[in-house]
Design a protein around this ligand. Structure first.
Ligand code: C5P
Length: 247
């Protein structure tokens, strides 16, 4: 039986060195996105007060803290407790930290979706080979299975792997896909990419987009175009016609 998971959501990556820029993006795009993702570039510079300023500027979207924690279980547990008061909806850890580390994070913050990053979307098959790891899809599938069995409430992978991960992680776990690029978008440092349309068709729950919006001439218009592609893909999913068009 196919479970309708509801419309996929959109997270905006607030990757900038400038507080005012982040606040501008948050304010001007708050109505068109579902989550604000704060990553290392912003968090290491502005910390908890910066997060509070973003939340005040845009209280509606969920907070996605992308800190990609990766350490021994006790240290990760302590780090998770240290950000508890920020009340993130999502907090990332690296799946490669292993089962005890993921379980420590999940038990430290049960109200948050501990979000396990499988294989970074910037890694190509040859990068994995260099590291002595299997191909990205096999590795992502394996790590996603371990992470969800240890309490992760979401997994991060490329949209190229989302359909393969769904039966492994089940229906209660969210699949989060960065590396989203409109058909004519610049890849920059991303490698395993998909369009917003393809990501929704593949079963992603939350699409993470940064530069295709923040570097666009008109970020509001770029966001709305992405949302439109997501709506079109959902309509195709609901009609049971999963042929991928040119989107
Ligand atoms: O600008 P762009 O759309 O490439 O931004 C993608 C965002 O998602 C960045 O903030 C990056 O840190 C994050 N991310 C990623 N790949 C992962 C996990 C997170 O690109 N596997």
């Amino acid at each position: 039986m196919i479970v309708d998971r509801g419309p996929a959501r959109l997270a905006l990556a607030l990757d900038t060195d400038e507080l005012e820029t982040a606040l501008d993006w948050a304010r001007s795009l708050a109505h068109d996105i579902d989550c604000l993702k704060i990553g290392l570039q912003f968090y290491l510079r502005y910390g908890a007060p910066g997060v509070a300023a973003v939340r005040e500027a845009a209280p509606e979207p969920d907070l996605f803290l992308d800190l990609k924690l990766h350490d021994i279980p006790a240290t990760v547990r302590g780090a998770v407790r240290a950000i508890e008061s920020l009340e993130p909806g999502y907090l990332t850890v690296h799946a490669s930290g292993g089962s005890a580390m993921i379980a420590a994070a999940a038990s430290a913050l049960p109200r948050c979706r501990i979000t396990a990053v499988t294989v970074l979307t910037s890694l190509r098959p040859m990068d994995m080979q260099q590291l002595g790891l299997g191909n990205p899809a096999d590795t992502a599938a394996r790590w996603a299975g371990v992470a969800t069995s240890c309490g992760a409430g979401a997994v991060v992978c490329s949209a190229q792997e989302a359909a393969r991960l769904r039966p492994i992680v089940g229906d209660r776990v969210e699949i989060v896909t960065p590396g989203v690029r409109p058909a004519d978008g610049a890849l920059a440092d991303q490698a395993r990419v998909a369009t917003p349309y393809e990501a929704v068709l593949a079963g992603a729950d939350l699409l993470v987009v940064g530069r295709p919006i923040t570097r666009a001439e008109d970020p509001v218009q770029a966001t709305r175009a992405i949302r439109e592609s997501m709506r079109e893909a959902r309509a195709v999913l609901l009609s049971g016609n999963d042929r991928v068009g040119q989107h």
